[in-house]
Design a protein around this ligand. Structure first.
Ligand SMILES: [Zn+2]
Length: 224
């Protein structure tokens, strides 16, 4: 798992740079900006991956106790980063049938003209639980930890969330951070988001979405 971290960190920094780059001159990128970049650390990424991919979460299959524990962890991380929930009434969850949940938060844009435009940064946090013949290439009936698919991308998402709040000023456009549930079941979480049910940020017009998916280097580190 350790080899996943450098590529996670590179990607998280890249995403942050993308979000902040527009309209910000080099001169404006002062100490606070560098501090935000430096807040993305290998050890924090490692910590997120280790939590999410732990056996106790039993592979984060949607609708299970392990999935709910993962969602609670993500909501806690968004709250600690000072981000507002983007579910209905500011909640961090977007519930959808049968008993699944996306976890989402928003960083409101600083430009009054542009903040209604929304950039989505998303990663799916669910995995396949104990695996079935349909969804597993591994041993059926044993915990599929999903360290790469997609605890790694989710960890990068969390680090971007934390770094955003350290910037001297938010990006001009609003940034909607979404940890999707139900990706492994026909992209159900993304479908729920697209329908804008149970959310407070309307991103249906967004044409700028970054999906953080399995960011480990699989040539060097096999699927775990
Ligand atoms: Zn997946």
């Amino acid at each position: 798992m350790r080899r996943t971290v450098p590529s996670c960190r590179r990607l998280a920094i890249f995403l942050l740079c993308c979000l902040f780059a527009a309209g910000v001159s080099a001169a404006e990128r002062g100490a606070s900006y560098l501090a935000a970049l430096e807040s993305i650390t290998a050890s924090e990424l490692q910590g997120h991956v280790e939590y999410l991919a732990d056996d106790r979460l039993e592979g984060r299959k949607p609708g299970t106790a392990g999935s709910r524990a993962a969602a609670a962890y993500l909501a806690r991380q968004f709250a600690e980063a000072g981000l507002t929930g983007a579910g209905a009434d500011g909640a961090y969850y977007q519930h959808f049938r049968p008993d699944y949940r996306n976890v989402l938060a928003v960083c409101v844009g600083s430009d009054p003209q542009l903040r209604s435009e929304v950039v989505i940064v998303g990663a799916h946090y669910d995995h396949v639980g104990y695996g079935t013949r349909r969804n597993s290439r591994g041993p059926i009936g044993r915990v599929h930890n999903g360290a790469d698919d997609n605890a790694s991308g989710t960890a990068a998402l969390l680090e971007v969330a934390g770094a955003l709040q350290m910037l001297p000023e938010s990006p001009k456009r609003s940034v909607l951070l979404i940890a999707f549930d139900g990706e492994e079941i026909d992209l159900l979480g993304a479908a729920a988001q697209a329908l804008h049910r149970g959310t407070s940020v309307d991103a249906r017009g967004s044409d700028d979405t970054r999906h953080v998916q399995m960011v480990a280097d699989r040539q060097k580190r096999p699927f775990t």
